[in-house]
Design a protein around this ligand. Structure first.
Ligand SMILES: Cc1cc2nc3c(=O)[nH]c(=O)nc-3n(C[C@H](O)[C@H](O)[C@H](O)COP(=O)(O)OP(=O)(O)OC[C@H]3O[C@@H](n4cnc5c(N)ncnc54)[C@H](O)[C@@H]3O)c2cc1C
Length: 415
């Protein structure tokens, strides 16, 4: 506990205003503090201790983070949150988007519902799911954007296995601020819609109009959005990174790859694949126009946004992006667990998720390039924390996740 490594780590985790105190005033501690970048003074001790130590980190020794020129490839929810976080820290960001509109990949597909996949067990996966959800909810709150609706999200127990999962979760966390058990009656009352089952309610959950939110994020003064610019190649020469787009060559100090499933066109990712999903737009009706929050079961149904509700979603092997009647039908099947109303589907949209075998995103550095992809079916929940991790890696700061979680997310874990 009193080893030099611990003091060095404490120093790396400190800034100019960091203070400490300890009941110990042994010579070894004083030496290690001095050698690790702290100043101290002796103070009156307590109980049977004559002295204690208190002090602070030497601010003059705290490394100033240099402001860098950084390229972010992709303007979906992953790229936009990362660009924003880096821009807030003073870096200058060019965001490359291959299409002529921002957020035109899978993030622009209807609304994104933000809620966690929780587990009753303690594992890096479970910790990431919980932590990223809480982080996302407070990040979106902090933006004061009209595109974030913090309505809460209801997760219905719609079959034996979801009921079993929820019961073990309720046993593991009998009282908490994270979710609340609701009977079918109570859930229906709060939802403003007669539901078919009870479940748990995440009050910190909500839904995003992702395109509008990305627009807000990318309007930061340190961000330059470059539309209709497909990145064809990234080259690393050991020091600088060169990026080729539309025949033009540009140099950057760092490059962040946030191109969803298309990331593999620029770097090889053995564990990444794409999975088609179709949403159905449902005409609003007086039966459910007042729905107050999204209801998630094996599918999901959203409150009304711009005149229609989003009913999702298929998970299919089809590789084209044509809206299919079959997949509308399977979405309608999933709705039956939620409620019994007839719905009129007016349109649909297809997107391709970037999925990994273990359902965790790919976050870290690969061949000198920062990677932020593989957000699967939960990109609105996972992106803000992943953006923070990458921004801290770039700035050489302590990471906002424990070591096991960082290893579990490692972009090279399938190599
Ligand atoms: C049907 C369906 C429903 C979903 N529902 C939800 C939900 O309710 N909640 C939720 O959280 N998630 C949901 N998801 C998942 C969510 O959409 C994704 O996890 C998330 O949008 C991924 O964001 P991204 O930024 O990584 O990728 P994208 O949004 O695909 O962004 C990547 C961007 O990179 C650009 N790009 C690619 N290659 C290049 C290049 N070479 N040069 C320049 N630009 C490039 C693309 O044009 C695109 O704009 C759903 C997915 C589907 C398919």
């Amino acid at each position: 506990m009193w080893s030099k490594e611990i003091f060095k780590q404490m120093y790396l985790s400190s800034h100019g205003d960091t203070t400490f105190s300890t009941f110990t005033s042994a010579r070894l501690i004083k030496n290690n503090l001095e050698e690790s970048g702290f100043v101290y003074e002796l103070d009156k001790g307590f109980s049977n201790k004559r002295h204690m130590l208190k002090g602070k980190a030497l601010s003059t020794n705290v490394k100033e983070v240099s402001k860098k020129k950084i390229a972010v490839i992709g303007s979906g929810i992953a790229g936009s949150t990362l660009a924003y976080k880096l821009a807030q820290r003073g870096h200058r960001i060019d965001v490359y988007e291959q299409n002529d509109e921002l957020c035109s990949g899978v993030s622009g597909n209807g609304v994104l519902i933000t809620y966690p996949r929780l587990s009753a067990f303690d594992s890096p996966y479970a910790r990431f799911c919980l932590h990223s959800f809480l982080f996302a909810s407070s990040f979106y709150d902090s933006l004061n954007s009209n595109a974030w609706y913090k309505s809460g999200v209801f997760l219905m127990n719609h079959d034996d296995s979801s009921l079993k999962r929820q019961n073990s979760l309720l046993d593991a966390r009998p009282s908490n601020d994270l979710f609340e058990e609701l009977s079918c009656e109570e859930a229906s009352k709060r939802a403003g819609l007669k539901l078919n089952n009870g479940g748990i309610f995440f009050k910190k959950g909500g839904y995003l109009e992702a395109k509008a939110l990305c627009q807000d994020l990318l309007s930061h003064k340190n961000i330059n959005l470059i539309l209709s610019s497909r990145v064809e190649k990234i080259e690393a020469d050991g020091k600088n990174l060169t990026l080729v787009s539309e025949g033009e060559i540009s140099e950057y100090e760092e490059v962040c790859l946030c191109a969803g499933y298309a990331s593999e066109n620029l770097l090889n990712f053995p564990g990444l694949s794409s999975k088609r999903g179709q949403i159905s737009y449902v005409d609003s009706s007086k039966d459910f126009e007042k729905l107050n929050f999204p209801i998630c079961a094996s599918g999901y149904f959203s409150p009304r946004v711009k005149g229609s509700h989003v009913l999702g979603s298929s998970y299919s092997e089809v590789t084209n992006d044509i809206v299919l009647e079959d997949e509308h039908t399977s979405n309608k099947e999933k709705l039956k667990a939620i409620h019994d109303f007839k719905v009129n589907i007016v349109d649909g949209n297809v997107g391709f998720r970037a999925v990994t075998k273990d359902r965790l995103p790919l976050i870290g550095i690969n061949k000198g390039i920062y990677v932020n992809t593989g957000h699967g079916s939960r990109g609105s929940t996972s992106s803000p924390l992943c953006a923070e991790i990458i921004a801290d890696l770039i700035d050489g700061r302590p990471l906002p996740a424990d070591h096991e979680v960082v290893i579990a997310l490692d972009a090279n874990r399938f190599n």
